[in-house]
Write a protein that binds this ligand. Structure first.
Ligand SMILES: NC(=O)C1=CN([C@@H]2O[C@H](COP(=O)(O)OP(=O)(O)OC[C@H]3O[C@@H](n4cnc5c(N)ncnc54)[C@H](OP(=O)(O)O)[C@@H]3O)[C@@H](O)[C@H]2O)C=CC1
Ligand SMILES: CC[C@](O)(C(C)=O)C(=O)O
Length: 352
């Protein structure tokens, strides 16, 4: 076999000492997708975790899960490591009002995405260590895989290092959330922010949903039933992606028919054309030069009207409605996984 050496050094559990986290109190600010997964994984790994939350749903749920819960200000004042797990668009205000006035010199301020540092919305004092630990996957899967004995990869990086040991703390934290079981690699805030925004917009979420919906609509507009179109373009997508996840394109191609393999190689490039690739390059440029960050902050500051309109349009569209109907008939997917709101559970659940 050809000698293949990875360009980037990967760290695994065996390479990382968790001593830099021992004796330190970790305040996780936010108990949503990432805060919930990270706080629970760290606690199960034996670390001292407290929560910083505002009164409401997350506050109640963290209390129910047995955490000591404080306001973000109180948690910051007690902690050595403060992990910012509120939504990106709220972090600057939480920082300004609660974290910055209470953070001690020499503390470690952590992020799971570099948006606020890279675009200059949060500017910590030079006496604060600033690090990123960016899990490469959704929080609920991060927690699920950890409980099952697995883990999802993480990137780590350092922006400010007045105490000289921030990289060791960041790697130990990444191990604590389970990423040493899958791979931990070094990055910078700038690199993480760019590749993460690009991945979610061009490929993982933006590219994928457009691909699925365009395929669904093509079949429906040609007279095929929405249920058939949903199974073909969406339900089966998970199985194909699972094969790629486990064994690459090679396994997917091995497990699919030769008829499929010839057709996908012949006709796939008719779908992702030079024009689509130019679209990807344009998206990347908008992220790199700050255009997307300005668009997102303007949208947030004007009350999220455009986002809410798009959410409503997608939710009421034929694709989503068809998916909800057919998934309702699959009792082996739990209601908690199938429905994101109580209203949907009421409307679609057949298990009531
Ligand atoms: N979603 C994911 O899996 C991934 C996210 N990231 C990054 O992780 C970070 C967190 O995102 P995500 O987990 O999606 O966020 P969520 O929207 O899922 O959760 C946000 C949490 O912050 C809490 N919160 C909001 N405002 C405050 C406040 N003023 N004080 C205290 N807590 C507050 C919310 O509580 P409440 O119930 O009160 O609203 C909620 O618990 C972001 O930087 C994101 O880019 C990185 C990788 C993957
Ligand atoms: C793919 C979306 C993501 O980047 C993620 C789950 O990793 C996010 O920001 O939510």
């Amino acid at each position: 076999m050809e000698d293949f050496t990875m360009a980037t050094k990967m760290f695994y559990d065996k390479d990382i000492d968790t001593a830099p986290l021992e004796g330190k109190k970790i305040a996780v600010i936010g108990y949503g997708a990432q805060g919930h997964a990270q706080a629970n994984n760290l606690r199960d790994s034996g670390f001292d975790v407290i929560m910083g939350l505002r009164p409401g749903k997350s506050f109640d749920s963290a209390k129910k899960d047995g955490f000591e819960v404080y306001s973000a200000a109180e948690a910051t004042a007690q902690a050595d490591i403060i992990m910012m797990e509120t939504p990106d668009e709220l972090q600057a205000s939480v920082w300004e009002k609660e974290v910055e006035p209470n953070i001690k010199a020499g503390s470690y301020l952590g992020f799971s995405h570099g948006f606020n540092i890279v675009y200059g919305l949060i500017k910590p004092n030079a006496d604060i260590n600033v690090m990123i630990i960016a899990p490469k996957g959704p929080g609920n899967i991060e927690r699920r895989q950890f409980v099952e004995g697995g883990g999802i990869p993480s990137l780590y990086g350092v922006q400010q290092d007045p105490t000289g040991d921030t990289a060791d703390v960041a790697k130990a934290y990444a191990k604590g959330i389970g990423s040493g079981r899958a791979g931990i690699l070094e990055t910078s805030f700038e690199e993480e922010t760019t590749e993460d925004l690009f991945g979610e917009q061009a490929v993982l979420c933006g590219g994928l949903t457009q691909l699925i919906e365009a395929g669904f609509n093509t079949l429906v507009e040609a007279g095929y039933s929405p249920e058939l179109a949903y199974f073909e373009t969406s339900h089966e997508m998970k199985m194909i992606v699972d094969l790629i996840f486990e064994g690459g394109f090679e396994k997917m191609r091995h497990d699919c028919s030769n008829t499929c393999e010839y057709g996908e190689m012949l006709n796939g490039p008719r779908i992702i054309t030079e024009e689509s690739k130019q679209g990807m390059r344009d998206v990347l440029k908008d992220i790199q030069d700050g255009t997307y960050a300005r668009q997102w902050l303007a949208e947030y500051n004007s009350g999220l009207k455009d986002l809410e309109k798009k959410r409503t349009e997608y939710k009421s569209g034929l694709y989503e409605q068809t998916g909800k109907k057919v998934r309702a008939m699959m009792p082996w997917i739990s209601d908690a996984d199938k429905y994101s709101t109580a209203a949907d559970t009421e409307q679609f659940s057949v298990a009531k």
